[in-house]
Every structure is written in structure tokens, then in C-alpha cells.
Ligand binder design. Structure first.
Ligand SMILES: Cc1cc2nc3c(=O)[nH]c(=O)nc-3n(C[C@H](O)[C@H](O)[C@H](O)COP(=O)(O)OP(=O)(O)OC[C@H]3O[C@@H](n4cnc5c(N)ncnc54)[C@H](O)[C@@H]3O)c2cc1C
Ligand SMILES: NC(=O)c1ccc[n+]([C@@H]2O[C@H](COP(=O)([O-])OP(=O)(O)OC[C@H]3O[C@@H](n4cnc5c(N)ncnc54)[C@H](O)[C@@H]3O)[C@@H](O)[C@H]2O)c1
Length: 497
């Protein structure tokens, strides 16, 4: 419980905590819990919406719940002798709703609040705002942090400045993940992770999807072959992908906000510029998946001398340019690696750093540095086929000055053939020739997400390939493609001699 100090004001006093966290998403939750773990320190999480954040209710969890049935159906159809049909849309949405604790159009975060209370964290409802050094305002309330304030306010969907687009009330990721109606025709703007995943589930649920991609490929953050596999699979499913195409203007005369995940009015027309000139597309809904904007407007950055936008931190998650080592930022808001698991990792490091600083312990160990942010960020894109990648792409490695060799092959081992008759996949490693260690790995294929952690361990641990040779994959598991990769690398080294 907080202590009220002598600064008390008429509006109820200044509540003091050791640590105050703005934002109850996955990053903020972890920072708060780790900062006070095993101590008698106090912490508060300030949260205007739901404890659990974007990830629990509008991002990772509902999207994966919507994608899983399509993966299972694909796997079943890939085996003779198994009859499968579906998905049953009502059941898919019901199961999604269970995962996001949906009740009467709202999300129930009571289990996450209960978790916070069990950790000794107080949850304060409302939008928080910095008010100078170690002070936070939540409405009329003033909070003071004895040790640290952690910013973890996340991001929201960007809506590009295309004439008519905002007035058309387009769906963002919040609507697409919480959809209650399946629009017959959908236009998706963007070719990144949200666009690819949302297209996958919308198409699996029966929508006719057209994707407008301004560049010439999908998923530009990973090796090009991965985006090509996803594009071919989506195209084979009937999705139209228009590369090199930008929306010019949007019209929707009968736009109407019928609520999250409900179709927002009548037909929408998108005029777009493509490689063959201007085209006009008509759909029942439009999904904007064009990146994110940090939730930093109105959080009082200016009161501590910071500009707006993403908040820059050092490897100890301490905010750059603010003296006194009391202000931290974790998760999407620091723009280091906008993924839930990386935000949680930063939260753990940040909490450990706060705890060590309060106790006067040395911060010299690796535990106090978010080093993985720089070289070992894993990501699974849950499209069908999945994409799993960690570390650097070949291009990024070269740009970073590494001398590299690459090895790649189709995933075609006994395990993949046994898994399903139609298994197709591809795998690639980026190897640092100076140290003979992995800098990156990329896999595409059904269920490759479950293969990723082995690569993450190798990249994060800088395991030499000679040592990896003795990590023998079990037979007949799909992971045997690891052996094939190492064999291919050996034989190409031999032939190069
Ligand atoms: C559709 C979609 C699918 C995704 N799927 C995955 C996935 O499968 N795997 C993955 O790793 N990542 C995924 N992501 C990314 C992931 O959602 C984010 O990286 C993650 O949610 C970031 O966590 P966070 O705690 O930094 O922020 P958030 O989860 O955004 O939480 C921030 C919290 O801060 C609160 N807040 C805002 N303003 C204030 C304020 N003034 N005061 C106090 N609190 C405030 C917000 O209400 C929110 O609860 C997905 C994203 C999207 C959009
Ligand atoms: N499975 C996962 O790990 C997962 C799933 C979903 C989202 N996420 C994370 O959430 C974040 C947001 O994802 P996202 O897909 O929104 O962003 P993104 O940056 O991955 O992709 C944005 C896409 O929008 C396009 N775009 C940007 N501005 C545009 C404009 N003005 N007009 C037309 N197109 C435009 C870009 O070219 C790109 O194709 C990412 O960090 C992503 O990694 C992760």
C-alpha cells in the first residue's frame, strides 16, 4: 500500500510508491513485478484501459486464436484419409472471445488485475502523465515515485494520411482481431505482419481479400524468400495481392461506427495508383495495417525535457537525456523490438536494473543489459505457412559489416514428409565467417514457429557451428532439417577448398 506524505493536497494527497509504471501491457506488467520481486517495495501500474494491454485483447492473443483453426484445417487436408471441413465461423469467434475474456462488448481484465495484486502491485485506473521528476498525475491524483517511473504505454495503429481514409472509419487491427462480422470483400492496406496475418484469417473465414502493398514484396523485415512463400500461399487461396500499389483517395458515403469489429457502414471505394495506372476497387470493409504510432502524446514527456515520439533508452532501459536514472521505458514505446516477448524481456531487465540500483548492487552483469534487442530478436509470423526468424538477415548482416556465408535449402526431411503430404518449406542460415557462429536464421513452412527457439539459443549464445554439429536432431522430427543445413554448409565449405 502507498504511503501518503506531508505534501498532501485537498484532492486526496500524494501517494508514494517505490515504482510507478505507466501502462499495464506485457512490458509494464513485467517491469513492475520484477522491480519489486522478493522485496517490501511498492509498485503501482497506471492503466486507462485493460491490464494486459494491446497484446491480450486486440493483438497477439485474438489474432492467434483466429489463425489456429486455419492451420489445423490445412494440416488435416494435407493428409489422406482425414475428412475435414470448416472453419465454423461462430465457433472460431466464440473461442477467440474466450481468450480475450469478451463480455457484452467489453473485455474483462479481472484475472490480470488479480495477478497484479498477487504480485503486490496496485492497479490505478486512468491515463497517467509525467509531471516533472518522479511525479505522475492521474486525473486529480498525484503520485510520487521514490525510485523509478517506467513508461510502457505502447502504440496504436497508424492511419495514413490518404484523403477520405479516416472519414471512411476503416478497421484497424483492433477491429480485425475483434471482428464479429465477416465482410464479404475486404481491402487490406499494408504488406507487413499485421496485414499478412489478418489477410490469412479473413480469407480463411471466407472474405475475398485484396491487399494493397506499396513495395514489391511482403514482410520486408525478413529474408525475401519468406515473403514470397506467404504471397504464393495467399494467392493460391484466392487473395489478390497488388504490389507497387498505393491508395490515393477513399470514399464511403455511408460510413457509420457500428462498434468494434462490426462493419463500419456501406461499401467503400478505394482509388489506388498501381504499376498499370489508377484503379478503382470497391469493398465492404477496409483494414489499415500500415504500422504503429507510439502512445506518447499527452504523457507529459515535455515536463522532463523530452521530445515527443518514441522514447530512446540505453541497454538498461534508462531514458536517454533525463538525468538521475529514475526514468525508464520498456516495450513498443522505445522502438527497439516491437514484439510482446521482447517487451516482456525488457521489462524483466528493467525491473532487475531498478531493483539493483535501489539496493546499491553493481550493474556489471549481463543480466542488466537488454543485449538480445541488438542481435537476437526472434519473431514468428503466424501466416500459413508460418515464418520464423531470428537475428540478422543476410542483407542486414552485410550492412552491419559482417563477413558472412549463407546456407539454404528446402525443408524436405522424413519428419516434414510424415507431417503432411503437401509439406513445403525453406530454411536459411546466416553464418559469421570470422567466428563460425550463427548471426541469423529464417524458416518458412507449416509449424516452423516451433523450430525457432533452437535457432534463438544458437544466435543468442553465439554457439559455434562445430558445437551445433553435436546437437543431434531427433529422427523423424521436422527439426532434422537442421542437420541438412549443417551438412550443406560443410559440403559447400569442402567444395570451396
Ligand atoms: C494485430 C497484432 C498482432 C500482434 N501479434 C503479436 C504476436 O503474435 N507476437 C508478438 O510478440 N507481438 C505481437 N504483436 C505486437 C504486440 O502486440 C506488442 O509488441 C505488445 O503489445 C507491446 O507491449 P507493450 O506493453 O509495450 O504495449 P501495449 O500492449 O500496447 O500496452 C500498453 C498499455 O499502455 C496503456 N496506456 C496508454 N496510454 C497510457 C497512459 N497515458 N497512461 C497509462 N497507461 C497508458 C494502454 O492502454 C495499454 O494497455 C501484435 C500486434 C498487433 C497489432
Ligand atoms: N506475429 C507477430 O510477431 C506479430 C503480428 C502482428 C504484429 N506484430 C508487430 O506489430 C507491429 C506492427 O505491425 P504492422 O504490420 O502494422 O507494421 P509493419 O511495419 O510490419 O508493416 C507496415 C506495412 O504498412 C506499409 N505502410 C506503411 N505506411 C504506409 C502508407 N502510408 N501507405 C501504404 N502502406 C503503408 C508498409 O510498407 C508495411 O508493408 C510490428 O512491429 C510487428 O512486428 C507482430
Amino acid at each position: 500500500m502507498p504511503d501518503n506524505d506531508s505534501d498532501a493536497t485537498a484532492d486526496g494527497g500524494v501517494a508514494e510508491y517505490d515504482v510507478i509504471v505507466l501502462g499495464g501491457g506485457p512490458a509494464g506488467e513485467n517491469a513492475a513485478a520484477y522491480a519489486i520481486a522478493g522485496s517490501d517495495r511498492t509498485a503501482a501500474i497506471v492503466e486507462p484501459e485493460k491490464v494486459g494491454g494491446e497484446c491480450s485483447y486486440w493483438a497477439c492473443i485474438p489474432s492467434k486464436a483466429l489463425l489456429r483453426p486455419g492451420h489445423v484445417l490445412g494440416a488435416a487436408l494435407g493428409l489422406p484419409g482425414i475428412e475435414a471441413e470448416g472453419p465454423d465461423t461462430a465457433e472460431v469467434l466464440r473461442r477467440r472471445d474466450e481468450f480475450v475474456h469478451a463480455h457484452n462488448g467489453d473485455h474483462d481484465d479481472s484475472s490480470q488485475v488479480e495477478w497484479a495484486v498477487q504480485q503486490g502491485i496496485e492497479v490505478i485506473r486512468g491515463a497517467g502523465r509525467l509531471d516533472g521528476e518522479r511525479r505522475v498525475r492521474v486525473g486529480d491524483r498525484v503520485l510520487r515515485a521514490r525510485s523509478a517511473v517506467v513508461l510502457a504505454t505502447g502504440t496504436h495503429a497508424a492511419v495514413p494520411d490518404v484523403p477520405g481514409l479516416r472519414d471512411a472509419l476503416p478497421w484497424t487491427s483492433r477491429d480485425a482481431t475483434n471482428l464479429h462480422e465477416i465482410p464479404k470483400r475486404v481491402i487490406v492496406i499494408g504488406g507487413g505482419v499485421v496485414a499478412c496475418e489478418a489477410t490469412t484469417w479473413l480469407s480463411a473465414l471466407g472474405a475475398e481479400v485484396t491487399v494493397l502493398v506499396r513495395g514489391d514484396r511482403l514482410l520486408t523485415g525478413v529474408e525475401p524468400f519468406a515473403g514470397e512463400y506467404v504471397a504464393s500461399a495467399l494467392t493460391a487461396q484466392g487473395v489478390q495481392i497488388r504490389f507497387g500499389t498505393r491508395p490515393l483517395r477513399v470514399t464511403r458515403p455511408a460510413a457509420a461506427d457500428h462498434g468494434e469489429g462490426r462493419i463500419h457502414g456501406g461499401a467503400v471505394t478505394v482509388h489506388a495508383q498501381g504499376p498499370d495506372g489508377e484503379t478503382t476497387l470497391v469493398a465492404d470493409e477496409i483494414v489499415v495495417a500500415a504500422g504503429r504510432v507510439p502512445n506518447t502524446d499527452g504523457i507529459g514527456l515535455e515536463t522532463v525535457g523530452l521530445p515527443g515520439g518514441y522514447v530512446e533508452v540505453d541497454d538498461q532501459l534508462t531514458v536517454a537525456g533525463v538525468p538521475g536514472e529514475w526514468l525508464y521505458a520498456v516495450g513498443d514505446i522505445n522502438h527497439r523490438a516491437a514484439l510482446t516477448h521482447m517487451g516482456k524481456y525488457q521489462g524483466r531487465v528493467c525491473g532487475d536494473v531498478i531493483s539493483a540500483r535501489v539496493a546499491g548492487r553493481s550493474l556489471s552483469g549481463p543480466r542488466y543489459r537488454a543485449a538480445a534487442d541488438h542481435h537476437a530478436v526472434p519473431q514468428v509470423v503466424f501466416t500459413d505457412p508460418e515464418v520464423a526468424a531470428v537475428g540478422l538477415t543476410a542483407d542486414a548482416a552485410r550492412k552491419a559489416g559482417h563477413e558472412i556465408r549463407t546456407v539454404e535449402l528446402d525443408i524436405a526431411v522424413a519428419g516434414s514428409a510424415l507431417a503432411r503430404d503437401d509439406y513445403t518449406g525453406h530454411a536459411a542460415l546466416v553464418i559469421d565467417t570470422a567466428t563460425d557462429t550463427l548471426l541469423g536464421a529464417t524458416f518458412v513452412g507449416p509449424d516452423v514457429g516451433e523450430q525457432l527457439h533452437a535457432a534463438t539459443i544458437a544466435v543468442a549464445g553465439r554457439v559455434p557451428l562445430d558445437a551445433l554439429w553435436h546437437a543431434v536432431p531427433a529422427f523423424p522430427a521436422i527439426s532434422e532439417f537442421w542437420l541438412r543445413l549443417l551438412e550443406t554448409d560443410r559440403s559447400s565449405l569442402r567444395s570451396a577448398v
